[in-house]
Ligand binder design. Structure first.
Ligand code: PMP
Length: 441
């Protein structure tokens, strides 16, 4: 829809919204104007209970004073420092803090500005790592069906969401996909499903097809979020780790959603007791306040780049805003807030309460599966024939009108509230969703 005149400041026309049905939105906008703790305030003055931590990122809830103050101070003290060949103390401090949270063996941090950039950075590091070791034939990358790794060309190439791939040409060459891990026999599993560890063995098939010596890395979300909360079956991630190790293939965990307490430990790697070679993170890194992403890498990977002459740039990669001082200040204050409020383990404390509340939705109209882990959950609905996603989208709109923010992907409702949620607020969130679902009967 072309604009027929220059827009006034409050017109909705000029902003092309991401991953949004723009025409639908602009005919019935959902506008948020402020936020505090567990709630957004809508433009029409209603309190909306945040059931999604924004987009899985505001893990400490909204408007946290320490983070706000840190950002305000930093803007006044050092607003920007060149990211290349120059440093500032907060970038080093935050890196140390992140390494201290990460699994043993992961001990360096490369900064970027988003999850998508973290993924593309990790893929590039994997390729350059093998090359730095004289293993230049290792160029193939392996992702997974129903994986979401952001929207960069690397991320959509290894990602497995059809619509994010099919409109954009031939993508990266030399990419294979593991099967997704969502099996019908696991429906209504509470926590980690029993069936499906064998799906990791598909990696052996891909290795046999191409030769291990051609494969650089495997990237998976330890728990796939954006395609509808798909849990790793018991034993699956350990198996992936064994196979990648056996063949000298790097394993990357995309923890953009699972990082920073979502499953009850700092990273999912610790929750599942599997240490990858790299972890990508973003979102909860700054509580969503300032865009920031990071790749956490193993000593072995980092060291491979530190062997040439000292003055030479080691990795030809970086962003103007890598380690931006304001983002670093937000990151440090966020980690402080998580620590002070015990938020990195809170999902473990609430896990069974959340699980029972969520599974109480079983039997409501159109519900065909429910799954949960930590403070994340999904309710899958039977879609309307010929109109995929319509039923869940209607639920999303009605839920918003009823005062809760949920997220839908296809016909799956996903919820991932801030880790500060109270038990009463869990009841309110799930209770409101139950009423909305009943009204769809
Ligand atoms: N990886 C994963 C696992 C994600 O969930 C997301 C965002 N939902 C991304 C990457 C991309 O992050 P961003 O939108 O910050 O680019």
């Amino acid at each position: 829809m072309a604009l027929d005149r220059k827009p006034a400041p409050n017109d909705l026309g000029a902003f092309w919204m991401p991953f949004t049905s723009n025409r639908q939105f602009k005919s019935a906008p959902r506008m948020l104007v402020s936020a505090k703790d567990m709630h957004y305030t809508s433009a029409d003055g209603r309190q909306i209970l945040d059931g999604t931590a924004g987009l899985w990122c505001c893990n400490a809830g909204h408007g946290r004073p320490k983070i706000t103050a840190a950002v305000q101070d930093q803007v006044e003290t050092l607003d920007y420092a060149p990211a290349f060949q120059m440093g500032h103390p907060l970038a080093f401090e935050l890196a140390n803090r992140l390494v201290n949270l990460a699994p043993d063996g992961i001990d360096h941090v490369f900064y970027c500005n988003s999850g998508s950039e973290a993924v593309d950075t990790a893929l590039k590091i994997a390729l350059a790592y093998h090359r730095a070791r004289g293993d230049a034939a290792r160029t193939r990358l392996i992702g997974r069906e129903r994986g979401y790794h952001g929207v960069g060309f690397g991320g959509i190439s290894v990602g497995g969401i059809v619509n994010n791939r099919r409109f954009f040409g031939s993508l990266l060459a030399g990419v294979d996909h593991l099967p997704h891990t969502h099996l019908a026999e696991n429906a209504y599993t509470k926590g980690q499903p029993d069936h499906g560890a064998h799906l990791a063995d598909e990696l052996e098939r891909i290795v046999a097809l191409h030769g291990a010596e051609t494969i650089a890395a495997v990237i998976v979300e330890p728990m796939a979020g954006s395609t509808g909360v798909l849990m790793p079956p018991k034993g699956y991630l350990k198996r992936l780790r064994e196979i990648t190790k056996k063949h000298g293939i790097l394993l990357i965990f995309d923890e953009v959603i699972t990082g920073f307490g979502r499953l009850g430990s700092p990273f999912a790697a610790q929750h599942f007791d599997v240490t990858p070679d790299m972890i990508t993170c973003a979102k909860g890194l700054t509580n969503g306040v300032i865009p920031m992403g990071a790749v956490l890498v193993s000593a072995e990977i980092h060291d491979a780049f530190m062997t040439g002459p000292e003055h030479v740039i080691e990795l030809f990669h970086g962003y103007t805003y890598s380690g931006n001082p304001v983002a670093c200040a937000a990151g440090i204050a966020t980690l402080d807030t998580y620590a002070e409020d015990g938020l990195l383990t809170r999902a473990a404390d609430l896990d069974s309460y959340w699980q029972e509340a969520l599974h109480g939705l079983r039997g409501l109209p159109h519900v065909i599966d429910i799954r949960n882990m930590g403070l994340i959950g999904a309710v899958e609905l039977q879609g309307i024939e010929g109109e995929p996603g319509k039923r869940a989208f209607d639920v999303f709109v009605r839920a918003y009108e009823a005062g809760i923010l949920i997220r839908v992907t296809g016909d799956i409702i996903a919820m991932s509230p801030p880790l500060i949620i109270s038990r009463e607020q869990i009841d309110e969130l799930i209770g409101t969703l139950a009423e909305v679902l009943k009204a769809t009967a």
